[in-house]
Design a protein around this ligand. Sequence first.
Ligand code: FE2
Length: 190
Amino acid sequence: MESDILLHRFDYGDFILQANLQSIIDNPSLSNLLDNIKKEKKSIDSNVKSWHYGWHVHKEYEQFKHLSEIIEKISIEEILKKEWSTYKDTVKLQFYESWVIDYTMLGFTQEHRHYPNVLASSYYIEVVGEVPCPLIFTNLIKERKNIEFELQPKTGDLFIFPGHLNHKVKAVGYSKKLVRKVFAGNLIMV
Ligand SMILES: [Fe+2]
């Protein structure tokens, strides 16, 4: 697992962890589950402007609980123990809220951040498309310059980042093919 993990580093200790869990997660089954949830549940209102349902998906559905436990474990092993090791023996990281998103062509997410949650995570259950639809970070600093940083997700990708990082997702616009199903969640220190 460790060799699949990449840490994009920025100034002031900021980072974005990137991993691909394709080999250990049954994505087609999660994709079907999301489709079934979509049939039952109405979209909630938030900065996500596409169908999404939350905020305790990891408690309501066993398969998402399993995924949240894997994300929690990676956060503890790779972030708490290595990046924030001062706290490794005194606190734990715990999954707190979660939601699922199904983006349409015109779907987007307004710029936002997840503070005061210490970490935010985004897992890509299924990504199919001809047009790039990156997750865009807008307030990262590298070499003392404010930069935008984009990550282009593919199926099975997991991104974990500090909750104070601003980010957004733009609408794709017209495209013959677009599937972008996401499981996202926040982690807190306990
Ligand atoms: Fe977000």
